[in-house]
Ligand binder design. Sequence first.
Ligand code: CP
Length: 285
Amino acid sequence: MQLISIADSFLNGAKPNVMKNNLQKVGGLLFFEPSTRTRIGFEVAAWKLGIKTVFLEKTKPSKSTDWVETISDTIKTMNAFVDYYFIRHPSNEIFNEIVPHTALPVINCGNGYDEHPTQAIIDAYAIYKKFNTLDDLTITFIGDVRYSRAAHSLILLLRNFNNIKINIISPAKLGLQNDYLKRLSSNIEVRKITKLELGKEDILYSSGFAPINPSGTFSQEIIKKYAVTLDDVKKLNSNCIIMNPLPRIDEIDLDVDDTKNAYYFRQNELSLYARMAIIDLFCRQ
Ligand code: CP
């Protein structure tokens, strides 16, 4: 809730009072996977707080091979140049390799298929701005939940709130896996449902669906079954919001954008203030 209150203060135009202390600070954005929102969003949020940023996309290959330096060597090197890290990496385990080599704050901007905690904070802030609470909510995830790091982190974040009901609409192979289910508290109810049961949720969270993922290859026909269409929106209650971490590929039909339930671009607008709050709270030194 502290993050929400800091984000709100920035949304309401508060001048960042940390700016003076940040003038000599440098944030290192290490993005080993493409990113539009998280990379640009954190870079702009940092600038607004007076923090300069540097960006690293890939480390230099050696002359005769495509080997790159180890992540631990990259971190030991960057430790001399930056004051905080914002890191995205395709490996689920990457932070086990990074954290032992730095004493600086490290913000996870997405690790493999595992987690995307800053997206979860953004999502929680966007939900709060709509409902003025994070308790007593029913959220239906639709699509590939198994490999959606944004869905994992939001579900885990919601453990901290009361009377949360989670529904999942996904193919059998792409539901929430046991290792995440085990981490949920007993006050969170998780149910598998179908599109026929839409209508009782406060939030419809579209988590995307890649045609190829580690569970196999899925046809466009199957993927289409888990896309959000105008017919699905007609079943939703009028106050229900449709969320998506973006980028949208084909998991939400374009004509859904014009409905009053579509909330994903508002979710993205609010993300700037949530990211400023994350930096303000976690990067104070
Ligand atoms: N939501 C999100 O993580 O988007 P990017 O991949 O563009 O950062």
